[in-house]
Design a protein around this ligand. Structure first.
Ligand code: FAD
Length: 385
């Protein structure tokens, strides 16, 4: 039994692109995902291939991209989420970086990097988080100091995907000691210069294909024309990119939940106990039914947020609703999927352990449920003041 793609309530996605993504995920990612996970391999070649096929979807045609709808792109992510979360995050961070470069204030710098980033010829790293500044990204301390015509950047970043592989680096840094976000700029430059050092990949409970690491900057030289967003605008761009990225994480959650439930439903249809299949027991049907309802609700929120983005009415609050709901739905649903398979649910030979470990990581990426509640809560306060 396969849970089919939900119809998009607002229409507007390219089915052919989504079918290509499904084929790519099944043929290029699924057969290798467990090996990448166990060996902690960053699937560099496959990430580059995925970028070559799907990295330009969101880039406007005027910039050489495909100008597809966000809804199409999120359907692509749902297909990737069905096979592996580690790979999906590795891919989506490249797309987020490409998106922020395409939005850049510095047209010369944008045109220098965008063609290679959106086709996977070069990989980028999105360097916002620091050891002391996670959810509270405004507390970042990395400092860009004027040096001759350009800048020297020093500081420490943490939890950076593809930090060791990226050829292009996007660094959020302060340009002076002023408290607040008014001095936070985004610099984009070549990663291969002295002064930039990636640490060893963290050992994660799952999602090891991300090769997420620390990144140390010691007087990292940046040229005068490598400021993509000016002080103040850098932080706003990061927040705008995160709002869109949250919908992408929701789509990955939904894909993982659909795949996990499919896997467990196949098993429940075949496994006999007390004279009939598990799926024939009303108790089992009802539990599955509740999680399928959660999945459909998560998809509706995801594609509602996507449709608003496509209509030019991007809503940070709707992105927050979508991600928070999908985060909880996928973890609850995968825990049930494992439980419904009895002892067999715990075997590493099923994809559920990898999906569940990855789903747990998705609580942290691009805003935790608590931070999303801050966004929603502030909007409630504003509506009453
Ligand atoms: C797999 C993975 C990949 C990542 N990739 C990148 C990347 O490529 N680039 C990058 O820059 N970052 C990346 N990150 C970092 C991610 O953005 C941070 O983990 C996230 O911002 C949360 O920060 P933190 O982990 O420091 O948690 P903290 O901010 O320390 O939060 C800890 C807990 O406290 C809660 N909390 C915090 N503040 C509040 C509050 N005001 N009210 C209530 N509760 C609160 C949080 O919800 C959380 O549960 C990645 C993370 C993961 C897990």
């Amino acid at each position: 039994m396969k849970l089919t793609l939900n119809s998009n309530p607002d229409g507007g996605y390219d089915k052919k692109v989504v079918e290509e993504a499904r084929a790519f995920a099944q043929e290029q990612v699924a057969p290798h995902a467990e090996k990448w996970e166990r060996e902690g391999t960053y699937p560099e070649k496959t990430v580059r291939q995925a970028m070559a096929k799907f990295g330009a979807l969101l880039v406007p045609k005027s910039m050489g991209g495909r100008g597809e709808t966000a809804t199409t792109f999120f359907h692509v992510l749902e297909e990737f989420g069905k096979v592996d979360i580690g790979f999906s995050i590795s891919f989506v961070v490249q797309c987020n970086f490409t998106l922020i470069v395409s939005m850049g204030q510095n047209a010369g710098l944008r045109d220098r990097y965008l063609p290679d980033l959106m086709t996977g010829k070069r990989l980028g790293s999105f360097c916002l988080t620091e050891p002391q500044a996670g959810s509270d990204a405004a507390a970042l301390e990395t400092m860009a100091t004027k040096k001759g015509d350009g800048w020297e950047i020093s500081g420490r970043k943490s939890w950076i995907i593809s930090a060791a592989q990226a050829e292009v680096v996007g660094i959020f840094a302060k340009t002076d000691e002023r408290p607040g976000t008014g001095s936070i700029a985004l610099f984009v430059s070549e990663a291969g210069r002295p002064g930039l050092k990636a640490g060893k990949p963290y050992e994660l409970i799952s999602g090891n294909a991300t090769n997420v690491t620390d990144l140390t900057l010691e007087k990292f030289p940046v040229k005068s024309d490598e400021m993509m967003f000016e002080p103040g605008a850098g932080f706003k761009a990061a927040m705008q990119a995160l709002d869109a990225a949250r919908i992408g994480i929701s789509a990955i959650c939904n894909g993982a939940l659909a795949a996990g439930l499919d896997h467990a439903l196949d098993y429940a249809g075949k496994r006999k106990a007390f004279g009939s299949s598990l799926l024939e027991k009303q108790g089992m049907q009802w539990e599955f039914a509740d999680h399928v309802t959660q999945l459909e609700a998560a998809r509706l929120l995801t594609y509602r947020a996507a449709a608003l983005l496509d209509r030019g009415e991007a809503s940070p609050v709707m992105s927050a609703h979508a991600k928070k709901f999908a985060n909880h739905a996928v973890v609850d649903g995968l825990v049930w999927a494992m439980r419904s398979m009895g002892a067999n649910g715990s075997l590493r030979s099923s994809p559920l352990a990898r999906l569940l470990g990855g789903a747990q990581l998705l609580f942290q990426t691009d805003g935790t449920p608590e931070i999303l509640n801050l966004v929603i809560g502030r909007s409630l306060l504003k509506s009453r003041s």
